[in-house]
Ligand binder design. Sequence first.
Ligand SMILES: [Fe+2]
Length: 385
Amino acid sequence: MKTSLFEFFVPTKILAGEDSLSNLFYELSLLNSKKPIIVTDKGIVNAGLLKYVEQPLREAGIEYIIFDEVPPDSSLKIVKNIYEIYKQSSCDSIIAVGGGSVIDSAKGANILIAYNSEDLADIAGADRIDRKLKPLIVIPTTSGTGSEVTSVAVIADEENGLKLPFASQFLIPDVTVLDARMTLSLPPIMTAATAMDALTHALEAYLSLQKNPISDSFSLTAIKLIFQNLYKVIDDPKNREYRLNMMIASTCAGVAFSNAMVGIVHAIGHTLGGMYKIPHGVAMGILLPAGLEFYYDTRKAEFEEIIKLLNNFLEEKVKDLIEYVRNVLTRLNALTNLPIKLSDVGVRKSDFDNIAKMSLNDGSIVFTPKYAGIDDIIKILEVSY
Ligand SMILES: [Fe+2]
């Protein structure tokens, strides 16, 4: 079979290990950074995680500034605050320590720094950034978003009730440090929800219109690591090996979808996130089985490949991938209280038409391997209710 032209791009240096942060100083020196701003949130500070970042900097005599005010949803206001503190303190690089909101806020601030401007809305959209940004090191504290290797960021414009999307290769972090210690205290429900986000990235990238043999290999590695480690990490959350494997899985899934993109499950999930503030990973888990049903008839060979992969290492025999994913979700619900139905998270059936229309306007819908219409989305919503 002839493979059509494709692109694959991963410029991020990935440093992974049980205490990989001990190399942070060396990475900063390679980036010629002498005074970073650490962007994080109060939850990370209160969990005592910042010491793993500060210690190697202090030992190396590196001066740094801490900004720990990032809220659960990144906003223009916060991005501007980071930009102002960065300028006032004459920083020269950014270290983002946190989950999706922290990483997106750091990316947003990095745009403002490069443009020395206060208006991000002017630069929103795809490929609007035309210059290199300051060095960005990302230290994830969840295993789900993949933002540590992706070219995208979403910032809320609260005044105008908009979510501003940014996509540019200049947003891809220079370095990501996956240190198992950073996710050890993640609560079980968050572990399950973020894992469902990573799994959905891997699966949607593998089923996408823009998939290619290289993104496929990252998807399959992520799928394997998630199913090998998910129950183990929930059962033994302080186990560094399982935690690190989940971090690597999430990053692999991030690499896969940064190149192959995601699809209909994300399109609907973004809409539900905007309308009902449903946490992204929770929405992914709820929608994934019905979303897979949508993909099945055009991607039967890919489903077979995943089943073959699972049967290489799982003790139980998997015949039907969708049924297997449903069983995983039921078990996660029993173990962690992860919501697995739309009716559990306050979605109203009377909103289905609206949700479907909005989802069709989401950028991710473009990459589904077959036409998706309003009826397809309503069917996914009904099955997921
Ligand atoms: Fe996602």
